[in-house]
Design a protein around this ligand. Sequence first.
Ligand SMILES: [Zn+2]
Length: 323
Amino acid sequence: MSRESSVKQSIPKELRFTVEQFNERFPDNDACLEFLKEKRMPGGVTYCQKCQQERKHHRVTGRPAYACDYCGSMISPMAGTIFEKSPTPLRLWFYAMYLMGSTRCGISAKQIQRETGVTYKTAWRMFRQIRTLLSEDVQLEGDGIEIDETGMGGCSKRLGRSPKPKKTVFGMVERGGRVKAVVAVDRKRDTLFPIIKRYVLPASVIFTDEHPSYDTLGDRNDYTHHRINHSAGVYVMGDVHTNTIDGFWSLIKRGIGGVYHNVSEKYLPSYLDEYSFRYNRRHSGNLIFNSILEKVYEKASLRPVPRSDQKPAGSSPALEVPF
Ligand SMILES: [Zn+2]
């Protein structure tokens, strides 16, 4: 297959996690559950609400749950994660994350529908849920931050619908480093400056085009500000260019245009997060999958694993996830 072979060619061996390796590491739902368990309660040891102390837990046969060795209270490693209430098998979730982490230009719900046989709706929901994990609060810094705005989304050409205006997307990127992109209500100074202040550290050197909203940027937060004059036909003048952010825009526009065809206003922020997440790990090969997995239990750990001893066994939603 073309996707697989291109992955194999472009990724250095140590950064490669092939489909074969994925299948070996996660052969079935149990392997995925065991993986989650080890991450959230290493060795099966975790606090038991009923015993009110750390206890060893063992796997409950035929259920995606672990029970306290002492009192039998059950908990699920899926509790509080995006998998918790999903009827979709855990391994399919893992595979969807694997695909998402292995592409450069994005992956469509259609693709995973074709590969795995889940319905389009299920596939689309999985991707939407996974994207909710990928938002990152980065602090950009250094002597080469490029900042720019662009229009995205909108322009639906479907019959009987009037075209919607494009949304303003605002991006900040470190040359050779990380990116942050957000949807902005407009391109005015009072909109853009607070965003810059939030994501770009003081004393950074910022490059922009001649858009008037940036006029007083150099006066604030100790930023050093350089501008290029696109309208005069000058795109690169030594250091003074915005080629890096331009490259990010084309990557994301190619992806959204080619893979997703169109993105509604509602979901545009999550697509920006997805592309930024991958961009920020572009030197990780397709080990990006591991980073996505990490987000699953990182964000889940903010909520405690719900206790299962409040209700009769089996009635806890965390335990009802079919295998
Ligand atoms: Zn117990």
